[in-house]
Design a binder for this molecule. Sequence first.
Ligand code: 5GP
Ligand code: MN
Length: 336
Amino acid sequence: MLDLASLTDFLSQPRKVVITTHHKPDGDAMGSSLGMYNYLIQQGHHAKVITPTDYPDFLTWMPGNEEVIIFTENQELSAQLVAEAEIIFCLDFNSLNRINELGELVRASNAYKVMIDHHLEPEDFDDYRHWDIKACAAAQLVYTFIADQLNNKALINKDVATCLYTGIMTDSGSFRLPNTTSEVHRIAAELIDAGANNSRIHELVYNSASENRLRFLGYCLANCLEILPEYNTAIIAVSKQDIQRFDVNTGDTEGIVNYALSIASIRLAAFIVDRSEKVKLSLRSKDEFPANEICKKYFAGGGHRNAAGGQSDESLEATVEKFKSILPSYKKLLIQ
Ligand code: 5GP
Ligand code: MN
């Protein structure tokens, strides 16, 4: 274990740093990682962001993006950087299986491991932890790590602020979800003062879809949405053929599940998609309903109470049936 004083001391001279984040990075994963990257390079650290997989096009505009290494496309270089790293920042995840094959390389590395995260039940692989499940985004914790723990608010420049704002905006559902506290708004205000262009960031993330993506969304809502009124549950199930037909790319499915949750009576929404290698589930819920419990217990996944994910090795049809078969045991929570 490292205490804050030793960590601060360790970072007081240039280090070889790897920053990594979870499988299929989202806005918070990339915002946290590139925010940390843009902070560290100002101090002369040799920092590299390595993502386990690719990520959506609507996140490729952030400062530092051109330096990101995608593990699946650069395995040898990634392995070398992890092996040579002196310190590894693990952002927006807390269990090494969330970074696929990269996880074992990180585990085997002699580097100090710093976890900055807001998910439940962290695995014990780190040397320093800045972890708070009440945080709306890992990017919020990267902000408090830099500003409060390292006492380096002055280094939150426009690039850092832009990335961290993106992480907070996306993970808080554009400052809408219940974890969007007054403190989150205060941090967002600081980031805007530091140079983050909030309106432009919103445009780049949310108004940059392809025509295909919108047609695919329309198709999902018109053809794949099933409502189970007796369980206040909605399911959108998408086949492999649909994915091919609409040429669906990484990120194109993001957020579709929220449309199912937007129906007043619906308390639980599932987006279930056949991704060839496996069937992936995205669950969203309202209020106290524990979507993460279903993902953890039945679909080898996890997440937050109101936003969770998992997977299944069975067919799409079998996965949908399995999901439906679980609902009776949650009926009380669903129909209240
Ligand atoms: P999404 O539905 O957007 O893929 O994921 C929503 C949230 O669920 C993520 O922020 C992440 O916390 C969690 N999540 C998604 N997939 C998995 C998974 O396979 N395993 C775990 N442990 N969490 C997941
Ligand atoms: Mn997050």
